[in-house]
Design a protein around this ligand. Structure first.
Ligand SMILES: *Cc1c(COP(=O)(O)O)cnc(C)c1O
Length: 384
């Protein structure tokens, strides 16, 4: 039976425990497994290589992303580290100018030391991406909508360009999750996730996920997962599975709140710019609508200079000043000094990550309470 995504969120992957009938997959808190004889295992050998709880999550993310193979890691960056380990010295990656700060950092201060280089492009400009593909380029790495300006990239168009030139397309799908966007169906080769965010959904677990369709690519990634060893623990795998069960209802409510807040911010006069692909004036609106089932719930805005952004951030009561996103609670962050501090100041300015830029991860609280909180803090922050 082919289930729709709302049912798959709850019953996808491994649906419960077939031996006991437990409706949830148990936490297999074990590092190793009894072998019945030399070379005679029951399918499990050692938990870095494979663990039934992790396996259930891996099957689930594969299914949700419309892929064949899934992999779970100890963090989003452990997942990205493993994916980047597909490449070798002298290979080059084309990277979007709007990516998670930590992804930039691992490229710039880890993989660059191993001779893997990168070139930054504006991936919302397909011609610019195509022009950057030379013989050394092995992959294109994008996020859409991207961090922190919610820049939308046409995934299908970039996939076409990538495949014409024989390079891989890697898409970080953290901001929308497979509930709203499935990059593999748009032609991406590898999807990566920080499961820490919407998939876990409760700001209580750090995790990373990968999904692919191609068997050879999957084999290579499983090999690297086992060799590098940054795997997700059984208990954390359980928590991410549990989070995913409510992903649908959470995303709907996150989006409902985000749409109202983006509209309010745009009309309030408090912000000189609102970045949210769910509003028609947004540059990425049309492509976003074409390739995803919704705009998600991340909003960035530039606070008008009459308000002191520091005082604003320090006076929020319901909305928490913190790194991260995608939890049930609303979080606010200051990209220039927090999530994107690893990006050099000149690049930050160039792409629009100004000091007054505020990023809001809209939670599922009552939206009127959220607006009241934002407004009271903005009023306190009014200069002189
Ligand atoms: C948080 C995040 C990451 C890194 O994930 P961790 O789980 O923190 O390691 C990667 N990409 C995006 C878009 C993120 O938001």
């Amino acid at each position: 039976m082919s289930l729709k995504i709302d049912s798959q969120l709850i019953h996808g992957g491994v649906d419960g425990d077939s031996t006991t009938g437990a409706v949830n997959i148990p936490v297999y808190q074990t590092s190793t497994y009894r072998q019945d004889g030399l070379g005679r295992t029951r399918g499990w050998e050692y938990s870095r290589t494979g663990n039934p709880t992790r396996d259930a999550l891996e099957q689930l993310i594969a299914q949700l992303e419309r892929g064949k193979y899934g992999l779970a890691f100890a963090s989003g960056l452990a997942a990205i580290n493993t994916v980047l380990s597909l490449f070798q010295s002298k290979d080059k990656l084309i990277v979007s100018d709007n990516i998670y700060g930590g992804t930039f950092r691992i490229l710039d201060s880890v993989f660059k030391n191993f001779g893997i280089t990168y070139e930054i492009v504006d991936s919302s400009n397909v011609e610019e991406v195509e022009a950057a593909i030379d013989d050394d380029v092995k992959a294109i790495y994008i996020e859409s909508p991207a961090n922190p300006l919610l820049t939308v990239t046409d995934i299908e168009a970039i996939a076409k360009v990538a495949h014409k030139k024989g390079v891989l397309l890697i898409v970080d799908n953290t901001f929308l999750t497979p509930y709203l966007q499935r990059p593999l169906t748009l032609g991406a080769d590898i999807v990566v996730h920080s499961g820490t965010k919407y998939l876990g959904g409760h700001s209580d677990t750090v995790a990373g996920l990968v999904a692919v369709n191609d068997e050879k690519l999957a084999e290579r990634l499983y090999y690297l997962q086992n060799s590098i060893g940054g795997v997700l623990a059984p208990w954390d795998s359980f928590l991410i599975i549990r989070g995913i069960k409510t992903l649908g209802v959470r995303m709907e409510k996150h989006q409902h709140n985000a749409r109202i807040i983006a509209k309010w911010l745009g009309e309030s006069g408090y912000a000189t710019k609102v970045y949210y692909p769910g509003i028609e004036q947004d540059k990425g609106y049309a492509i976003q609508k074409k390739q995803a089932d919704g705009p998600g719930a991340m909003i960035s805005f530039v606070l008008d200079e009459q308000y002191d952004y520091q005082i604003f951030l320090e006076n929020l009561k319901l909305v928490t000043l913190a790194e991260s996103l995608g939890g049930v609670e609303s979080l606010v962050c200051h990209p220039a000094s927090m999530t994107h501090a690893a990006i050099p100041a000149d690049i930050r300015k160039e792409v629009g990550i100004v000091d007054e830029l505020i990023r809001l991860s809209v939670g599922i609280e009552d939206v009127d309470d959220l607006i009241d909180d934002l407004e009271q803090a903005i009023k306190i922050a009014k200069r002189g």
